[in-house]
Write a protein that binds this ligand. Structure first.
Ligand code: ZN
Length: 194
């Protein structure tokens, strides 16, 4: 074995040895990888992001398949994520409800990620007045309204969404933004300048 290896050959041999070691020590390899992942969350995120962007359809299929095989773990991971990202999680649920309602009514549904940001903004912004009455009830008391209600064919999309206070949103009911504004004007209430 005195033959000198080229750098490529040496690299290849090292890789083969690594693979052989991993196959022989699958438990330890997994444990080592798990520790490495825990210590390098940024790198893991970047790796996952690249893999996702390379083929989103395939990545989703893989993820769904994994979740079906690991129901318990998937549930635990979901709980942990929600605990670590309460605001995002709340926005996610609210946006999902809107999307599902629109889908049930056969209304157009947009998957624009800005929608999620809007829901989160409505929940958390220090200042975001209601488009109808102009008052700002503060974080946690605002809702995202469909200007043209889903029940009347309105889309779940950015151009049909607005931030409203809970009172206005409830009172508006199944009226369009325009109908509700008119009723507010008749009632002598000031309407927001929008
Ligand atoms: Zn209002």
């Amino acid at each position: 074995m005195a033959t000198k290896l080229t750098p490529e050959e040496a690299k290849e041999r090292k890789r083969d040895r690594n693979i052989a070691w991993r196959l022989a020590n699958i438990g330890r390899a997994r444990e080592r990888l798990r520790r490495w992942c825990l210590a390098n969350p940024e790198k893991v995120r970047e790796h996952n992001r690249r893999r996702y962007l390379a083929d989103p359809g395939k990545a989703r299929k893989r993820s769904v398949a994994w979740r079906l095989e690991n129901l318990e773990k998937a549930r635990e991971a979901g709980t942990a994520w929600r605990k670590a990202n309460p605001e995002r999680s709340r926005a996610f649920s609210a946006a999902y409800r809107g999307r599902r309602r629109a889908a049930q009514e056969g209304a157009p549904v947009s998957r624009d990620p800005a929608i999620l940001d809007l829901y989160q903004f409505a929940n958390t912004a220090t200042s975001a007045p209601c488009v109808y009455c102009g008052l700002d009830p503060g974080p946690g008391l605002r809702e995202v309204d469909h200007a043209i209600p889903i029940s009347r064919g309105g889309a779940h999309s950015m151009d049909n969404l607005a931030i409203a206070c809970k009172t206005c949103n409830k009172e508006k009911g199944s009226r369009t933004a325009q109908e509700y504004r008119t009723s507010l004007a008749y009632a002598g209430a000031p309407t927001a300048a929008r």
